[in-house]
Ligand binder design. Structure first.
Ligand code: ASP
Length: 319
């Protein structure tokens, strides 16, 4: 069988180990495993990398444990504005939506932009209208809201009022979901979806829908999906920077990804992490926070999921 690989992340805004019950940790790991299963099924059957990353992201958008779709962050006005993008490394075709308020699965809208529109990025109410016109599921804001995000918003507002933002925990700040894949045809793809960070300004758009920053894929080079304070991913054009290091300096994907997270982003004192896959199927998942929800599987069919240092083997429901 030709080599294929899939890596996912559920954000680097991971809670301290004691913040969740053992059952909640298990559920989050189970949902990571299910996201891997969804993408793996497509790749193992000879399907496309774009379909695999999309399928994996949909599972994480539907899970309340990650900051995307159901369970997304709230902005300063208590509103969900969702960003997502997807890129096909074989054609460099890309689609994205930003500040969407009513699309149940923003990654499906990003894919619809990739497939059906001249534009790469649609924003705000127009993105919602586009998704509805394409027959995608439209939901009320309340669908996205969870108790955990309401608490996180209250905590961030309290930090802002007290001038203690520096002390805010990563989990109170942000999170994102993303996936990268290499398919059996040698094609690469990346997808990312997020609610942004808690208490973000009205109308703020992060790196996740910005091609080259939070999401990037180019055949023969690598695919990247990022998580962390998006403003710095935009300034460092992180996805494209890693691809450039691989393409022009000849670095392997692990070296390039680790350098950008640890040497470019870390000095800004921000939480940052990403998953990347190289043209040979090598997977990298560096992060500079206490933890990052993540998982990976390749053609050997061994599934792995993790939140902090410890890596767990995940038993798929069917292979
Ligand atoms: N990158 C996301 C954003 O800035 C947030 C995150 O991944 O934590 O919107």
């Amino acid at each position: 069988m030709t080599k294929f690989a899939l890596a996912i992340h559920g954000g680097c805004g991971v809670m301290a180990k004691l913040d969740l019950t053992e059952q909640e940790w298990q559920e989050a790991r189970r949902d990571l495993g299910r996201a891997l299963e969804a993408g793996y099924a497509i790749l193992a059957a000879g399907g496309k990398a774009t379909d695999a990353v999309q399928a994996a992201v949909v599972v994480m958008e539907d899970s309340p444990h990650f900051n995307a779709g159901h369970g997304a962050a709230l902005n300063e006005n208590g509103i969900h504005e969702l960003d997502a993008s997807i890129m096909d490394g074989s054609t460099l075709a890309a689609g994205a939506v930003s500040a969407a308020r009513h699309i149940r699965n923003p990654i499906l809208a990003a894919r619809a932009v990739l497939e059906h529109d001249d534009a790469v990025l649609l924003t705000g109410p127009a993105a919602d209208r586009f998704a509805e016109a394409k027959g995608l599921e439209i939901v009320e804001q309340s669908y996205f809201t969870t108790e955990r995000r309401k608490k996180a918003l209250a905590a961030m507002k309290a930090h802002a009022a007290a001038g203690t933002l520096e002390q805010a925990r990563e989990a109170e700040k942000h999170g994102t979901v993303g996936a990268v894949a290499l398919d059996q045809h040698g094609h690469l793809a990346a997808a990312t979806s997020t609610g942004g960070y808690n208490n973000k300004p009205d109308g703020r758009v992060g790196d996740s829908p910005i091609i080259g920053a939070g999401t990037y894929a180019r055949d023969g080079v690598c695919a990247v999906s990022g998580t962390g304070k998006g403003e710095f991913f935009i300034r460092h054009v992180v996805g494209h920077e890693i691809a450039s290091r691989v393409a022009y300096l000849g670095e392997d994907v692990k070296t390039a990804a680790t350098k950008v997270v640890m040497e470019d982003l870390k000095p800004h004192n921000i939480g940052a992490g990403l998953v990347a896959v190289g043209a040979d199927g090598t997977i990298a998942a560096p992060y500079n926070t206490d933890g990052m929800f993540r998982g990976w599987v390749s053609d050997d069919g061994e599934f792995f999921v993790a939140s902090h240092d410890e890596v767990f083997r995940y038993e798929p429901r069917q292979k």
